[in-house]
Design a protein around this ligand. Structure first.
Ligand SMILES: Nc1ncnc2c1ncn2[C@@H]1O[C@H](COP(=O)(O)OP(=O)(O)OP(=O)(O)O)[C@@H](O)[C@H]1O
Length: 297
């Protein structure tokens, strides 16, 4: 369980700027919690504060009961294992000169202490890439040779390499087209169900958050303005700002994604169903790997 209690984050500046004010936020074990708000409202600051990347000015952050406020040394290493942050731009977090399989082996190696190329690292990296749906052929390619969706799968595989029990996903589908988003969201739901991991899903896209989350926090100008079960917040938003955000959700003849509860008995979309869906872009734009340039390997 991740618990943020009364946290403030002030960036030193100059001039100092308080990006997050008195935020309480809880991600209970095995649940997916959404954090939404407009650009600049403080969502990424919370994501970084939750894993100790950005120090809090006041308040406490606990993970599985351990105080990780401004962590150091061993606590920081443990925290990095338990909680992983996945960003919007997967390319930025991958070494452009390292093959995909090696990039995942590297994460396995850091977590396990085994060397890259060892039987353990090879086996575990392959397992993770298979589990996250990265085609075998892509494993021996370099980051620039993969599509955005495939790269995001690789980032998720690397995050799982540490046996993390908490994933913080910051706008991970924001730059993907709709059908690829659908597949990544389905993957996240499967992982959550199969591995029982907790997730904090950060997005400005309410329709996506609705599809994925049990509980929702709405943020504005550094403060939480509304919180509740996702169904309740979507069904009867109390705060004027939440109503404004909801009114801005594109409907495309109905909400793009059904809510998590409505979806409980619905199996993930098959590739065929995704292709048949009205929002599917033309076949040639569907998560196809970028062709390997001649002579690259
Ligand atoms: N290192 C920093 N130093 C000073 N100010 C910062 C720093 N990082 C973020 N900010 C400011 O803090 C505020 C919150 O930023 P943050 O990135 O947390 O918002 P966000 O809701 O994630 O926005 P977006 O969706 O655009 O990423 C913004 O006004 C931003 O300019």
């Amino acid at each position: 369980m991740l618990e943020l209690k009364a946290i403030d984050v002030t960036y030193p500046g100059p001039p100092p700027f308080t990006a997050v004010r008195h935020v309480d936020l809880t991600v209970a074990s095995g649940t997916t919690v959404g954090l939404v708000g407009e650009s600049g409202s403080g969502k990424s600051t919370i994501a970084r504060a939750a894993i100790g990347l950005t120090p809090v000015t006041s308040g406490t952050v606990t993970l599985d009961g351990k105080d990780v406020t401004n962590p150091r040394g061993r606590t920081l290493r443990e925290l990095r294992r338990t909680a992983q942050l996945v960003f919007q731009d997967p390319y930025a977090s991958l070494n452009p000169r390292m093959e995909i399989a090696m990039a995942v082996q590297e994460a396995v190696s850091v977590a396990s202490g085994e060397r890259i190329g060892s039987a353990h690292c090879v086996r575990r990296a392959t397992e993770l890439l298979d589990r996250t749906g990265v085609p075998r052929a892509a494993m021996i390619r370099y980051p620039h040779q993969l599509s955005g969706g495939q790269l995001q799968r690789v980032s998720i595989a690397r995050a799982l390499a540490t046996e993390a029990t908490m994933l913080i996903l910051d706008e991970v589908t924001a730059s993907l087209d709709v059908s690829v988003q659908a597949r990544i969201l389905n993957l996240l739901r499967e992982l959550q169900r199969d591995l029982d991991i907790s997730m904090l899903y950060i997005s400005h896209d309410l329709s996506v958050v609705r599809y994925l989350t049990d509980h929702l926090y709405v943020m504005r100008h550094g403060e939480i303005v509304e919180e509740g079960s996702s169904d309740v917040v979507f069904g009867s938003p109390q705060h004027e700002y939440t109503r404004t955000l909801l009114a801005a959700v594109p409907t495309m003849g109905g909400n793009r994604w059904r809510s998590r509860r409505e979806h409980a008995s619905v199996p993930p979309l098959s590739e065929e169903a995704e292709r048949a869906a009205p929002v599917t872009p033309p076949a040639d734009s569907v998560e196809a790997p970028t062709p390997v340039p001649r002579g690259t390997r």
